[in-house]
Every structure is written in structure tokens, then in C-alpha cells.
Design a protein. Sequence first.
Length: 174
Amino acid sequence: MTEKAPISTRNLDQYGSAELPWSRARNVLSDSGSADLTFFVSTVRPDGRPHSAGVGAVWVDDALYFKGGPATRRSRNLAENPACSVSVRLRGIDLVLNGEARRVSDSETLERVAAVYRASGWPATVEGDALTAPFTAPSAGPAPWHLYRLTLHDAVGVASAEPHGATRWTFKHP
């Protein structure tokens, strides 16, 4: 399932810049791969306090995927409450993506996402219903790693390159 076009946009720019098209953010996500990018996932602890951690994430088939070991705070939080935000500074635009992250365990998606990770330099393979590799970032916890797909509810983009602007995009899902 791919992300639909936004159902609404709101111009947040206070300097008269035009609304940013979602295609600008989506295209930069698609073209960036994951090399030299750190995405920050913010989740909600059971007591309501926030938790953030840097993760390796990739944009595949118009959706953001990231990983986490089952014992990490991130994965435990998402098991209880899938609401989360993902932030990243991309070439020319800063993004905050808000939605729900759910675990993905079907082999077809796992294989497709693992291939993208491998192409970006991380030698991910599929083992059962999770990912594994000889190494990863310390914040991911030990292997195997669960894979999560973010379903967007809304996103905010602030352009750091011409044309400048700031926009909120809202998405609708069936």
C-alpha cells in the first residue's frame, strides 16, 4: 500500500512563500536513500513520557520503514501505542512525519526493504519475520530486528532551500 496524496494542505509560512507541494518532500525522500541520514523516531512510553532515538530508515514504495530490536524502548512503546513522529533533515527540506508505525512481518515486504538497505550499504537479510545483519547502530538493540512501516497522518515540511516555505500536509487512509 502506498501513501496517498495529501487530502489537505495548510501553508504555515509567515513570509509570503507559496505552499510546498508534497511531491517535493516525497521526491527528496525517494532520492535520498538512507546513506548519511539519521531519522529520529519519537514514541510514547506507557506513562506518557516521550522517547526518541535515532534509527536507520528507508523510503520504499512511498512509505517510510525503520527497524528496532524487540527489547528496545521504541519497539515496546510501539507495541502498546503505535503513535509516533519521525524527524529528518533532508537536502533542502526538514520533515516531521506523524502517524502510526506497525510491525511488518510479511516476507515479500521484508525482502523488498532488506534489498533497499543492502543497496545503501547495510547488509540486511531476512530471517523468519525480521531482519538481521552482521552489524547495526547501537540504538537498534541486538538482532533480529523488527521492521516497522509508518502510516502517515500528517507531515510538516520546512524548506531550507529555494523555493522556501513551510507546509502541513494531511493524509487520509481507508
